[in-house]
Design a protein around this ligand. Structure first.
Ligand SMILES: [Zn+2]
Ligand SMILES: [Zn+2]
Length: 112
């Protein structure tokens, strides 16, 4: 069930969503960010809304983060280190363009 369907159901039943409504499958749908969270916010109680946001933040941390600045590497040119397997923004590794080596080692792995 999508979050929108869950919200609709809550409206139909004239009840607000509590923290218990925060099922895992709800979050899989929310994670793709197709959903404007603010459109469903009004259907959550304040405590449920906070619980949702906390879990959203935890979910988003599962996406790839730069090993230097800990920001998402999505939509930013980035490279994976073949030794530590972390991802890094080009600019966080001081790269001006594509690495020329077939294997890339980040600056801390190069130092090691
Ligand atoms: Zn970075
Ligand atoms: Zn590395």
């Amino acid at each position: 069930m999508s979050d929108a369907a869950t919200a609709n159901e809550a409206v139909l039943n004239k009840e607000y969503l509590g923290p218990d409504s925060l099922r895992d499958e709800l979050h899989a749908g929310l994670r793709d960010e197709q959903v404007d969270l603010n459109t469903i916010k009004e259907y959550f109680t304040p405590s449920a809304w906070r619980a949702l946001q906390t879990r959203m933040a935890a979910l988003r941390q599962c996406s790839w983060l730069c090993g230097v600045c800990a920001k998402s590497v999505e939509d930013v040119r980035s490279v994976g280190c073949d030794r530590c397997l972390l991802w890094f923004h080009y600019h966080c590794q001081g790269l001006a363009g594509n690495p020329t080596q077939s294997l890339y080692f980040c600056s801390s792995c190069k130092r090691a």
